[in-house]
Design a protein around this ligand. Structure first.
Ligand SMILES: Nc1ncnc2c1ncn2[C@@H]1O[C@H](COP(=O)(O)OP(=O)(O)OP(=O)(O)O)[C@@H](O)[C@H]1O
Ligand SMILES: [Zn+2]
Ligand SMILES: [Zn+2]
Length: 802
């Protein structure tokens, strides 16, 4: 007898362990760890992951596994082990951890199909099963009582393969296709018979005469600059016909990836890459921090590191922030490694994602380029893991399991004994501190590839603009600079911070922002109670009427959308052609790419956008970058506000003057003297690092202290307050005396979807028992969570403090 230990798909902390199931004899040879099975659980049949196979069980009356869902494991041994570790680290359930590692469609229904790859070697019974066909469904195999051992053998030998067919709604899109209804020479005859003035119909017909194949109606309209009406007329004449067909979308189908070869490395690139090569060659796990200014050629270092890995027969994972995963970025990898590259990002439909994932699982590719979850790519011979823009907060998952891709990368790097490369022009403070301490190996690239200076930055004081009578959001200098660029046929990038969820108040006369005396965090304006509140501790004061520094009554709260900026800009510069990129204009699939193409082809001279345009873009004629309101980043209620501002300013500035033309940057702010603004304008990362570390030290923030954020929510505000208070009390009682508990306090967004939100935060240096205590607290509230809609979220080392 064999017994499978199974993690079952029940989201409850009381079920968070494995259950034993007997493996039916027919599955004995086939079932492997890492496969999913269906099992009876209480009255239901549910899904589970097989974690371990053992000879016996202590359980008296074992139930049997009902069916297997996979024929090849979906999780490798490494990933099974990693999932367990990840669940423990993030205080999540095992089932959540495993599901987070797999493409979403694997949760949905799909069909398994067996494909015959050769005729000769198959056993008689398998041959009979196929009965001359190339494909049979797995169900058919099961129904006809196929022999699993034979199947497995054929699979191992490569005589057959298993295909997973996903038919979710999202994957199948229908499109109208137009084709000829008659033979070519008949169309030619019809062409002559068309009335002389039917020019449009002639054009369409002419198209088919020279291209006698079916074409999507949309494309036909584009190609012939025609209308559906014209096509309809030809259909009515019986010359053309239309059909509705299913198409699978490939986001890069129309992109031609020109192949590239390795560039001659510059001196500084060579210096940076050699230690990485050494670590690859020696099979040695080491974490590198590649600190290279924007445009210094980090990507080429990545590419040539990967090249080495591939030569050794190994595989590579490259993580890129979601918003930087543009066709431009993909092109650089596909251009170098062609079909060896799989791309994983949320812009793909679930079906496409699954296809890319399958390529990795089947080892048909050697490189995966993707956003956060690509870190779980089921490679088994990893040779390098690269995280580009390592400071980006999107590498942290903001739902259970709240993992950070960097930590997963380190785990896998150690497992495979391969290097992990973290790259950035503005490394996260924690990372640079680790590099300074020698935990990471620091690699530096300090100059740009084009040997140009970084573009000079001018800081414009918006208080002076106001005093000079300019009440618009554009300084006179910026307007002039934009006009110059338009005249010279050069291009401009205008950056506006994504509108924060909360609003801070600022004096427009002197720029003073009201802050919490003990947290150094901007207070948030609460409209309903007319108060200013600190979202770390519970400090609060009534909304101010006048500035305490200069007594001015010009008090404003901040937050302007990009659409409003676009309108105002057109009032000031009517000749501007603006491409606006924000959440609204890029919601539709492919919109992102389309807008960038417009800008690329110089059909617009200004690219106006939010965070989305700060990264990775590389346009030859961009010579001016303008940052509209530095202050809205600087004053988010987040202890990282200054760091994030510095990073963003550096990133955006890096978009100018990347090629031959020199660039210039203009930053508008009310806080001209703030160190993040000043030092970003000088591109002085090192100095910024030292200054910020001082601040963190005095206010007890990371990396000197760690944080854990606990967020409680429920429809009943009283209940939320009571639970949060209780949790704070329990933590205080059980944690060591060195830990501080901040709160309870309302969260920055107090109510979402009619649920009230309160939080408390642990600040600590070393609390080895923390996770255990928190697990117990969650256990204590188990019934409330299961039956009463209470939510308790725990975030270790949080990045989002909203
Ligand atoms: N060895 C090289 N020889 C010639 N050109 C190079 C070399 N390395 C990089 N480049 C070119 O220099 C430019 C900047 O490089 P790249 O975009 O890789 O920099 P980066 O450090 O990744 O920048 P960012 O952080 O701003 O994205 C690119 O156009 C790239 O093709
Ligand atoms: Zn003032
Ligand atoms: Zn405070």
């Amino acid at each position: 007898m064999s017994v499978a230990k199974v993690v079952v798909d029940v989201p409850s902390s009381q079920i968070n362990h494995t259950f034993d199931y007997k493996i039916p004899e027919k599955y004995e040879a086939l079932l492997k760890v890492g496969m999913r099975v269906t099992i009876p659980f209480g009255p239901r049949k549910i899904m589970g992951f097989v974690i371990e196979i053992v000879p016996t069980s202590d359980v008296k009356r074992l139930k049997e596994i009902e069916a297997i869902m996979d024929i090849t494991p979906v999780l490798t041994k490494e990933l099974l082990q990693l999932g367990k570790w990840m669940a423990d680290q993030t205080v999540s359930l095992y089932i959540q951890a495993y599901q987070a590692m797999l493409p979403r469609v694997l949760k949905a229904k799909y069909k398994k199909e067996i494909e015959k790859l050769t005729d000769i070697e198959l056993t008689a019974s398998l041959k009979q099963m196929f009965a001359g066909r190339d494909f049979i469904t797995f169900e058919e195999f099961e129904e006809n009582k196929g022999n699993y051992a034979e199947l497995l053998h054929a699979l191992k030998e490569g005589y057959i393969q298993i295909n997973y067919i996903v038919e979710s709604k999202e994957t199948s899109k229908k499109a109208l296709f137009i084709d000829m209804a008659k033979e070519q020479h008949l169309l030619e005859e019809a062409f002559i018979d068309l009335p002389k003035n039917a020019k449009k119909q002639q054009e369409v017909l002419q198209y088919f005469i020279s291209n006698p194949t079916e074409i999507e109606q949309k494309k036909l309209i584009e190609k012939c600059k025609t209308t559906p009406h014209t096509i309809q007329l030809l259909i009515e004449k019986g010359l053309l016909k239309k059909t509705l067909k299913k198409v699978y979308r490939d986001p890069f189908a129309n992109t031609n990836f020109q192949s590239t070869t390795a560039l001659q490395l510059s001196e500084q690139q060579r210096k940076a890459i050699e230690p990485i090569w050494k670590s690859i060659d020696n099979n040695y796990n080491e974490t590198f921090l590649l600190h290279g200014v924007t445009g210094s050629g980090k990507t080429e270092v990545y590419l040539q590191s990967i090249e080495k890995v591939i030569k050794l027969g190994k595989e590579a994972i490259v993580l890129v922030p979601e918003i930087a995963l543009t066709p431009q970025m993909v092109k650089r990898f596909k251009g170098r490694f062609g079909d060896d590259v799989a791309v994983l990002h949320s812009g793909l439909s679930p079906g496409e994602r699954f296809d890319e994932w399958t390529k990795i699982q089947k080892k048909e590719v050697k490189v995966v380029v993707g956003a956060r979850s690509a870190i779980f790519a089921p490679f088994e011979k990893l040779g390098i893991i690269i995280i580009d823009e390592e400071h980006e907060t999107s590498y942290k998952q903001e739902e259970q399991p709240r993992y950070h891709a960097r930590e997963i990368a380190k785990y896998r790097g150690e497992y495979h004994q391969c290097p992990v490369v973290l790259g950035s022009a503005t490394p996260l403070l924690e990372s640079f501190a680790r590099a300074k301490k020698g935990v990471y190996t620091l690699l530096e690239m300090t100059s740009r590839m084009n040997e140009q200076q970084m573009p000079p930055v001018k800081i414009i004081d918006m208080r002076e603009e106001l005093h000079a009578g300019n009440r618009t959001m554009f300084s006179r200098e910026l307007v002039q600079a934009i006009k110059n660029r338009i005249e010279r046929n050069e291009q401009v990038v205008l950056f506006l911070n994504r509108r924060g969820h909360s609003t801070f108040v600022m004096c427009r006369e002197c720029g003073d922002v009201v802050k919490c005396p003990s947290c150094d965090i901007a207070l948030t304006y609460h409209k309903s109670s007319y108060q200013l509140k600190c979202h770390y501790c519970d400090y609060q004061i009534p909304m101010i009427q006048e500035c305490k520094e200069c007594q001015s009554k010009q008090i404003q709260y901040f937050g302007t959308g990009t659409q409003k900026v676009e309108e105002s800009l057109l009032e000031v510069i009517p000749e501007a052609k603006i491409v606006r990129m924000d959440v609204d204009t890029t919601r539709r699939k492919g919109a992102h790419e389309k807008l960038l193409t417009i800008f690329q082809e110089k059909r617009a001279n200004i690219l106006l956008g939010t965070q989305m345009i700060a990264k990775g873009l590389d346009f030859e004629d961009v010579t001016l970058v303008g940052v509209l309101a530095v202050d809205s980043m600087l004053n988010l209620p987040d202890f990282r506000a200054s760091e994030k501002t510095f990073q963003l300013l550096t990133q955006v500035s890096g978009r100018a003057g990347r090629h031959k033309l020199p660039g210039e940057v203009i930053m508008q702010t009310y806080s001209t003297e703030h160190y993040a603004v000043q030092l970003a304008s000088q591109y002085n990362y090192e100095q910024y690092f030292l200054h910020e570390m001082q601040m963190r030290k005095s206010f007890h923030y990371p990396p000197y202290y760690y944080l854990t954020l606990i967020n409680v929510s429920h429809q009943d505000e009283l209940k939320v307050q009571e639970v949060t208070k209780m949790i704070s009390r329990l933590l205080l009682k059980h944690l060591s005396g060195d830990a501080t508990i901040l709160g309870p306090t309302p969260s920055p967004i107090v109510r979402i979807n009619n649920r009230y939100r309160y939080q408390c935060m642990i600040k600590y240096k070393d609390e080895p028992n923390q996770r255990e205590i928190i697990r117990k607290i969650l256990q204590y509230y188990h019934d409330d969570i299961q039956k009463n809609n209470l939510m308790i979220q725990v975030d270790f080392e949080p990045y989002q403090l909203m």
